[in-house]
Design a protein around this ligand. Structure first.
Ligand code: PNS
Length: 162
């Protein structure tokens, strides 16, 4: 049984993230989507809200679970007996950052493999940062996030459209 971890900030979850979850759920026996709790990086949503959000959007996928972690990703992966780290690549501009992370993780843990999936081109320009900015300014972000996340955003920005 292969468990893969899909780590990220997920602040908030986008349609691009869901696309990676869908692809990962098809390839691996168990996909653990894990929110990195980085106290130095204050997000819009708390780690618990993000985990809840991932549970909401992952309901259709029976082999997907959600969790959070702090500390090093590879230590968490070992605790969870996961041999794979899954990440999505949107465009070539993602590559350098992803390469650095994959090589850093490989240096720490030779036994854990990073596997990339290409996200659907429809989602290639979607980013959590721009979605937050647009939602805060009253933009309709319904095209970029799942319905459940739109509701979460509406709660954060009451009175706004999203
Ligand atoms: O969604 P993001 O912000 O691109 O995800 C980055 C993340 C959370 C995967 C990365 O920052 C991470 O793995 N953080 C955990 C701490 C760690 O292990 N850092 C060293 C390896 S890069």
């Amino acid at each position: 049984m292969t468990t893969a971890i899909y780590p990220g900030s997920f602040d908030p979850v986008t349609n691009g993230h869901v696309d990676v979850i869908r692809r990962g759920a098809r390839v691996f026996d168990h996909l653990l989507v894990a929110v990195a709790d980085n106290p130095a990086k204050k997000g819009l949503f708390t780690k618990d809200e993000r985990v809840e959000m991932i549970r909401d959007v992952s309901r259709p996928f029976k082999n997907v679970t959600a969790d959070w972690f702090d500390g090093l990703l590879v230590d968490y992966a070992r605790r969870k007996k996961a041999g794979v780290i899954l990440r999505g690549i949107r465009t070539v501009s993602d590559f350098e950052y992803e390469y650095q992370m994959a090589m850093t993780n490989r240096t720490f843990a030779q036994d854990i493999e990073t596997v990339f999936v290409m996200t659907h081109e429809e989602y290639s320009f979607i980013s959590s940062r721009l979605i937050k900015e647009a939602a805060a300014l009253g933009g309709d972000v319904g095209a970029f996030v799942p319905k459940e996340v739109e509701r979460w955003l509406r709660k954060k920005f009451p009175g706004k459209r999203s």
